[in-house]
Design a binder for this molecule. Structure first.
Ligand SMILES: [Mn+2]
Length: 504
């Protein structure tokens, strides 16, 4: 039998095969990967996870709120699947190191992340040696992006330090080559790739967050680098190293066949069949989660935030938009925020449930802060203002936001500033008034704006953001920001302002 590695990454607590917002079946979740895993497994197979397992699903959010003293559902599910080795991801620290350590205690797989130090001593050995039955021998390294302290709450990583990924992998591979006799050296790295795979041009600011490319370039003798963190779907070769990465939420698995003199890697999508036995393992918590999803987390002081007219909600900024910006400003501690609405949003009843939140904010985006010049802020508003057009003397949605694909979510509405969009003016000349605290915005002054990470990297063609400085990356999902805000405040007073005028 050939040796094989099966690798998941960035599973983010996804077990269920059903959407938590509308209960429809989805092509994700470990219960859908399960069949594939059992089919591909043989006695010479190792099942690996590359981190970001402990955060990202309502099942886990509920678990940490109400059942944190019980065994983590991810430990149960991973024990059922028979995982062998685990690496840590940055999100695995999100609920504190106690939660994380309890998980690694309760899971049968061996935790191998080697570049985490507690009180200056490494938590795990730098690597493990695994010999398959047919005598093929591999060295397996675990490494997590050392950028964690730039995102994580200091309380969650108190006492912990992280060795630079590149330096750690380089010296560990060197050591393995010196003292071990193995057929292949393999590294699970919870970090991404910072350069274009073809041109090797930088695809992001080089901060150290993602060092996959540099690791391959500088580490002779590394045969396979299992990456993650960016949720991309790829198999590639950088220098002499094969590189894999899988999409998030257990949508797919990387399959690596290991031979004496070479390795083959490919990705496989989850199957259509759902493993009911796995769902049974978490049934109790899942049912409790479903009940909790429909329980109010808090209520509005008055009225509701339901949307019956999507165009109207954008033309005359709906109070729900004000509320979303209010949450973003509060969570990021800044006084300007921007948000768009998904193509179709139902909104909130007077009592707000978690299901309302995940149905109204449908993107897995996280909250960041970008520092813009007044000039860039104006450019962004001009970009947003392109949403509108005039037809038969009326303001309507511009065709480019309807076709080929409806992209109403690319119209952003800002709070913390006051502005007027004159739709009859040509593009890039539509913002005719722009005030911050009652004074005109200065082209050369700086303004901190809370927004989601997708927009901040220029998503939706907001290119001006790419040139701006990211001053804060909370790595916290906006859904979690909204839930935390409602749980904290209980009675919600929406600070609604009529600060955007859209005129002909
Ligand atoms: Mn992730």
């Amino acid at each position: 039998m050939d040796c094989r590695l099966l690798i998941t990454s960035d599973v983010h607590g996804s077990v269920s095969a059903y959407s938590y917002s509308d209960k429809k079946e989805i092509s994700a979740g470990l219960s859908k990967l399960s069949k594939l895993i059992f089919e591909l497994k043989n006695e010479n197979t190792l099942l690996l996870d590359n981190g970001d397992i402990l955060q990202g699903s309502p099942l886990l959010y509920h678990h940490y709120l109400f059942m944190a003293d019980k065994t983590n559902p991810m430990a149960k599910v991973m024990n059922y699947l028979g995982y062998d080795y685990l690496n840590t991801g940055n999100h695995d620290f999100n609920y504190g190191s106690k939660i994380m350590r309890a998980f690694y205690r309760d899971v049968n797989a061996k935790w191998i992340t080697g570049n985490i130090y507690q009180d200056n001593s490494p938590i795990n050995s730098g690597y493990v040696i695994h010999e398959f039955d047919n005598k093929i021998k591999i060295a397996l390294i675990g490494c997590v992006t050392h950028y964690i302290p730039n995102w994580e709450h200091p309380d969650h990583i108190r006492g912990y330090t992280f060795e630079e990924s590149l330096a750690f992998v380089k010296r560990t591979v060197m050591k393995i080559k010196e003292i071990e006799k193995v057929d292949h050296i393999i590294c699970m790295y919870h970090g991404g790739i910072e350069r274009d795979l073809q041109t090797s041009k930088e695809t992001e600011l080089i901060t150290g967050e993602n060092q996959g490319y540099e690791i391959c370039r500088q580490t002779e003798g590394l045969d396979l680098l299992i990456t993650g963190h960016q949720h991309r779907s790829l198999v590639a070769k950088i220098n002499n190293t094969i590189v894999t990465q899988t999409a998030q939420d257990a949508q797919e698995i990387a399959v690596v066949d290991v031979f004496k003199d070479h390795i083959d890697a490919r990705l496989l999508k989850a199957s259509d069949s759902i493993d009911d036995k796995m769902l049974d393992i978490v049934k109790d918590e899942e049912e409790k989660t479903q009940v909790w999803l429909d329980k109010p987390l808090g209520k509005l002081k008055e009225g509701n935030l339901l949307i019956d007219d999507m165009f109207g909600a954008r033309l005359h900024k709906h109070p729900l938009v004000s509320f979303l910006n209010q949450v973003q400003m509060d969570s990021a501690n800044v006084d300007i925020a921007a948000v768009g609405l998904a193509n179709k949003v139902y909104g909130f009843n007077n009592e707000i449930t978690m299901r309302d939140i995940i149905s109204s904010y449908v993107y897995p985006n996280s909250l960041v802060v970008v520092e813009l010049t007044g000039g860039q802020l104006k450019e962004a508003l001009e970009k947003s203002a392109e949403y509108f057009a005039i037809k038969d003397g009326k303001i309507v949605v511009s065709d480019s936001f309807e076709r080929p694909k409806p992209k109403h979510y690319n119209y952003d509405m800002f709070d913390g500033i006051e502005y007027t969009i004159k739709v009859s003016n040509p593009h890039k000349n539509r913002i005719i008034k722009l005030l911050y605290k009652g004074n005109p915005v200065d082209d050369y002054a700086y303004y901190k704006v809370a927004m989601n990470n997708y927009r901040a990297v220029g998503g939706g063609d907001y290119r001006m953001y790419k040139k701006a400085r990211l001053v804060k990356d909370t790595q916290k999902h906006i859904v979690d920001c909204i839930a935390d805000y409602i749980i904290k405040n209980k009675i919600i007073e929406v600070d609604h302002k009529n600060n955007i005028s859209v005129i002909i």
